[in-house]
Each structure stands twice: as C-alpha cells, then as structure tokens.
Design a protein around this ligand. Structure first.
Ligand SMILES: Cc1ncc(COP(=O)(O)O)c(C=O)c1O
Length: 382
C-alpha cells in the first residue's frame, strides 16, 4: 500500500512539527528528507575512509540514480545521464544537437537557464527569439503559431513549469508542433520534476533536463538529463572526457585510449560524478517514488486550490499562476497591491517563501498540509 503523505511527513520531516517556521519554498531549495540525511551521514563516514567504498558500490549508486530519475519521468535508465544541475543538460542541448543556422524560440519570462545557453550560439548563426508574454503569462498560442508558420525555427526551449509564474506548459501541444516541423524540443524540467506525472516516451521531447535540488529534495550538484533514445548515438558529446567512454568501467585498460563512446546516455557524463551526493539523491528519489508522483501532484493541486480560492476572494490580490489545475503545479504566485507589507507579514510569521518578479511565490511540497496553507494565508488577512 502507498504511504500516506501524513505518514511520510511524520517519518521524514518530523522537525516541521516542532519548528516555528513553515517551509513553503521548495521552488528554491527542497528540504532533504531524514532518509537522505541518513544517507549523507553514511556516505560521509565512508568518504572519510575511502577504502570502505568499493568501485562497484559507487557504480551501483550511479546506476540507481539513473534508474530512479528515469522512473520519475517514464524513461529508461539508459536514456539518462547524471548531471550536476539543469543548466548543464540545457548546454548539452545547445551544443550537441545538430542545429542549422536559424532561430530558437522560448518564452519571455523564462529562467535564464533557458536563455543564456542558447543566446551563446549566435556565432553559429543561431539566434534566440523571445515570444512576448500575454497578460504576464507565456503566450503558448503565439509560440505554436510561430513554430507552424515560420521556416527558420530550429529548436524550441521552454520550462515545463515556470519559476516565477508557475505556468505549466502544454508539452504535448508544443512538442507536436515541433515534431511536425522537424524542430528540436528541449524542456527545462526542474520546477515540475518529481511532483507532476510525466511520460517522456509519450511526448515529442528531445532533451529534458532537471536539477534535483528543488522538488526532488536532493543535494545541490545533483540532476540529470534525458535524451530521446533515437538521438543518443546520433549526437556527439560536446564535452569529452574519460567517463564518456566504454573503457571507463575497466580501470585496468584506461591507457588503451580506446575512443569509443558509451552507446547509452552515459556518453554525456564526461567526468567523475559526485557519487556521495547521488547516493543521497537516491534516498530522496526513492521517497518520491514511494509516495508516488501522482499522489504528490494531487496533494499539490489541493493545496493550490486553497491559494486560488483565497486570491479570488480578495480585491487586493491578483493571481499570477493560472487557476486551472492543468496549468499549475507547486509554484503558486500572486501579486498583492501591498507587496512589501504581505511579504513582511509572511516573513514575520515564519513562512519561508520568496518574491519573484514582483509576486509572492509560495511553493509547498508533499510534506505541507492544508492547515499550514490556511495559516499562511491568515497572516495576510491582518
Ligand atoms: C526553471 C529553472 N531552471 C533552472 C534553474 C536552476 O538551474 P540549475 O539547476 O542549473 O542551477 C532554476 C532555479 O531556480 C529554475 O527555476
């Protein structure tokens, strides 16, 4: 039977019941569960005496990370390369995909990870165009129309869930438009991965990158990139290191210099990975899989409903995040007329949150309760 989120909170986040603060900031940093902290302690002790860590154990940690990240998104382990963050995976897309000169499209308002790696391609004749916002939100109709109508578009990059607005892109719709025109489709998944179901095999996505430090509740420096299986052996790694090669698993013949990339996504891993951190990420990911992404998504929808209803009931608050459940995940943003005042009241009340792009952003996760959300909003009633 699936563990309830209440049981999970009691087991993994017991400190939350005793602490004066209320953590509504997973969109910035996901708090590591107790199981991950235990894994960190175990691996720190091992790292103190490295002779206690065997190479097979390190390799097993990496293999488990690939398999578990794959399970979060409906992929297979061999389609996953371990990465230190989202941006590295997006750079892989920018540098390794065979982009002919032309335009890459993204939404104005995206996090810079969807912008800079692609702006950096101008010397190759590839430019980045920002699709203007409509009413402060990504204009998906305009993006799809541009893909359909223009012949210069070579790739599209979007966040699955936007960092400031919380807008959830319709990946099936955008991806279908891309596929119909032979345009690469690249997704920054960090604000949705782990808390929203996705089946990458059912979607026309070429590259999906996610850091694990937020919703995946894992250490900084952990993340992954998914590469569509048909692309894996047809694109060359843009950075090349010993870990890209098949020979890297056999330490007895490293100086044979056999230039032969892995046939799976490990060809994009390049260097010695942070085994310690990925072992910790494995404990956190196991927890998400134990809870089930569908259960987490349902819970976040219910918490989001509370914020949506509250914002709609107030004249001095404008909801930024779309009210429609299909278009929101865990990022819940609203602009009060008195931004500084509401921000201060939340802060003084111990509610950990952020202000992004002039909006208050609450980002609850599976450990938060409906009562907590109501209590946070009551602070704003004052
Ligand atoms: C949409 C999005 N992409 C990427 C990042 C961070 O990128 P990285 O994992 O490369 O540090 C953030 C962090 O706020 C984000 O919100």
């Amino acid at each position: 039977m699936t563990i309830s989120l209440q049981q999970l909170r009691a087991r993994e986040y017991a400190w939350m019941d005793d602490d004066a603060s209320m953590y509504l900031n997973a969109a910035s940093v996901g708090p590591m569960p107790a199981a991950a902290v235990a894994a960190a302690n175990e691996w720190s002790a091992l790292r103190q005496q490295p002779q206690r860590i065997s190479v097979p154990r390190m390799q097993e940690a990496a293999a488990t990370a690939r398999a578990q990240f794959a399970a979060l998104i409906g992929a297979r382990a061999e389609e996953i390369a371990l990465m230190p963050n989202t941006t590295y995976g997006l750079n892989l897309a920018a540098r390794a995909l065979p982009l002919r000169p032309g335009s890459i499209l993204t939404f104005d308002g995206e996090f810079p990870s969807c912008v800079y790696p692609f702006q950096a391609l101008s010397s190759r004749g590839v430019t980045l165009d920002l699709i203007p916002r409509r009413n402060g939100l990504p204009d998906e109709d305009a993006l799809v129309a541009a893909i359909e109508q223009r012949d210069d578009v070579v790739a599209v990059v979007v966040s699955w869930v936007q960092f400031a607005t919380g807008f959830v892109a319709d990946l099936a719709r955008i991806g279908a438009a891309c596929r119909a025109k032979g345009v690469f489709f690249i997704v920054d998944g960090i604000q949705g991965c782990g808390v929203r179901p996705i089946d990458v095999h059912a979607l026309p996505i070429d590259i999906f990158a996610s850091g694990a430090q937020k919703w995946q509740l894992s250490p900084w420096g952990t993340g992954f990139v998914y590469v569509r299986p048909e692309l894996i052996t047809s694109i060359e790694p843009h950075d090349v290191g010993w870990a890209c090669m098949k020979s890297s698993t056999d330490y007895t013949r490293l100086t044979d210099y056999e230039f032969d990339f892995f046939d799976d996504a490990r060809r994009f891993e390049v260097v010695t990975i942070a085994y310690h951190d990925f072992a910790v990420a494995n404990a956190a990911t196991a927890l998400l899989l134990e809870a089930g992404v569908a259960q987490v998504a349902q819970h976040l929808e219910e918490l989001g409903d509370i914020v949506v209803d509250w914002a709609h009931s107030r004249r001095d608050v404008t909801l930024v995040t779309p009210a429609e459940p299909a278009r929101r995940a865990g990022v819940l943003s609203f602009t009060p007329t008195d931004l500084d005042g509401m921000h201060a009241r939340l802060r003084e009340g111990g509610v950990v949150h952020t202000v992004r792009e002039g909006a208050i952003r609450l980002s609850p996760h599976m450990y938060n309760t409906a009562d907590e959300i109501r209590r946070a909003l009551e602070l704003l009633e004052a």
